[in-house]
Design a protein around this ligand. Structure first.
Ligand code: SF4
Length: 389
């Protein structure tokens, strides 16, 4: 699915409920799923199995492919033009949706004939790329159960390694042609030493020079925390150090490679990174729906916030090609319970998401947390000017 836009005045639904339900239940499509390179993502890191929508000014990635989506009460009925449609819930219309124009960079290619969409994708107004498409854990007993990083490569939808020069070229075009506001760089773990930090620093520097866009880098904590200052010197403005799961037993089961690194290493890395990047510019994902309790999630969120780290809580999105491909996302009630608890903690700590300079915390589309931050004056509220026109 390409980006859809639901005019605020037409939704008539509580925005929080709509956001949480859409992310937990997904949306079926009738009249054809919008297609084309990069239109939806059926694998890979980030919002795989997702379509991109704006709802009442809030960006959202929404599942469209999983088995469970066929049971969703939500349906997107496309007009024959393929450019617009209507969102229904149990057959009742919620509002019209309009397809976002296909990003202009998707029509460009490098001098060697590599399409730009194989190098980076537009996630709404964020340019995002998985820099190194392989991971030392993939295909071993240490593989993260929720990850599908190997599938994009196997399906020919990307290239194994993006060079700094290629990323710089695409980022410059994305800023100029598609209004990209930032760049999110993630990576599989290429080695057990610097965990990719040196290469990510080179990529960020090249992007910064060509486009001027702020860059978030996501990687596993390197053992030498001196890399954080070197990343910052290369122009990185925000850092993602994703523990993913707080509960130790669940972490051991679903992310054995990360568990072997140890939760304590993550805590130390968070503290060291915040010293370099500042409060609210370092983040961790917490993926909900892997067997953990709400209580353990809240322990993790408090541990993160106490250290100046933003806990980006997201529902499990069972990605095709991942070990959990046939699971279902967590329930609406569970997600809502956690969002209701996390948002005030962020407000108390004065770490709401709009302070983030780059990356997933700035974008917010993979979580409904942004819609819960609104009660505290936070969250994203408003589409980019070109979207709202
Ligand atoms: S939060 Fe935004 S930038 Fe991050 S993976 Fe989701 S869509 Fe991409």
């Amino acid at each position: 699915m390409s980006t859809t836009r639901i005019p605020p005045s037409d939704t008539g639904f509580d925005i929080k409920t709509l956001a949480v339900e859409l992310q937990s239940l997904g949306v079926r499509t009738r009249g054809g799923t919008p297609t084309g390179p990069g239109a939806t993502r059926a694998g890979g890191a980030g919002p795989s199995d997702a379509g991109f929508v704006w709802i009442d000014g809030a960006p959202l990635t929404v599942p469209v492919h999983g088995d469970y989506v066929s049971r969703s009460p939500y349906e997107l009925v496309m007009h024959s033009s393929g450019k617009a449609g209507r969102l229904l819930r149990d057959g009742v219309e919620i509002g019209p949706v309009h397809l976002h124009p296909r990003p202009r960079i998707y029509d460009l290619e490098t001098a060697d004939g590599v399409p730009y969409w194989k190098i980076a994708l537009m996630h709404l107004d964020s340019l995002a790329s998985t820099v190194f498409q392989r991971c030392v854990y993939w295909g071993t007993d240490e593989q993260c159960h929720f990850c599908a990083i190997g599938t994009s490569l196997a399906n020919g939808r990307t290239v194994p390694v993006k060079t700094p020069a290629l990323l710089a070229e695409v980022a410059e075009a994305a800023a100029r042609l598609d209004g990209a506001k930032d760049v999110t760089l993630t990576t599989g773990t290429p080695n057990r030493d610097d965990r990719g930090a040196a290469y990510m620093a080179r990529c960020a520097e090249a992007i910064r020079e060509s486009s001027g866009l702020p860059v978030q880098v996501q990687l596993e904590p390197p053992h030498d925390f001196g890399w954080f200052a070197r990343l910052k010197d290369s122009g990185v403005e925000a850092l993602g150090l994703h523990l993913e799961v707080w509960d130790e037993d669940v972490l051991r089961r679903v992310a054995p490679g990360k568990h072997a690194q140890g939760r304590e290493l993550y805590l130390s890395a968070w503290e060291a990174a915040v010293e370099v990047f500042g409060r609210g510019q370092v983040s961790t994902y917490f993926i909900l729906g892997l067997g953990e309790s709400a209580q353990s999630v809240m322990e993790g969120c408090r541990a993160a916030i106490d250290r100046g780290v933003y806990p980006f809580v997201v529902p499990l999105r069972p990605a095709p090609g991942s070990i959990v491909a046939h699971e279902t996302p967590p329930s609406v009630d569970y997600m809502r319970e956690v969002y209701e608890m996390v948002a005030p903690l962020l407000a108390d700590a004065e770490m709401l998401s709009q302070g983030a300079r780059a990356g997933c915390v700035r974008c917010q589309a993979c979580s409904a947390l942004s819609t819960f931050e609104r009660a505290f004056g936070g969250g994203r509220d408003g589409q980019p000017a070109e979207e709202a026109a």
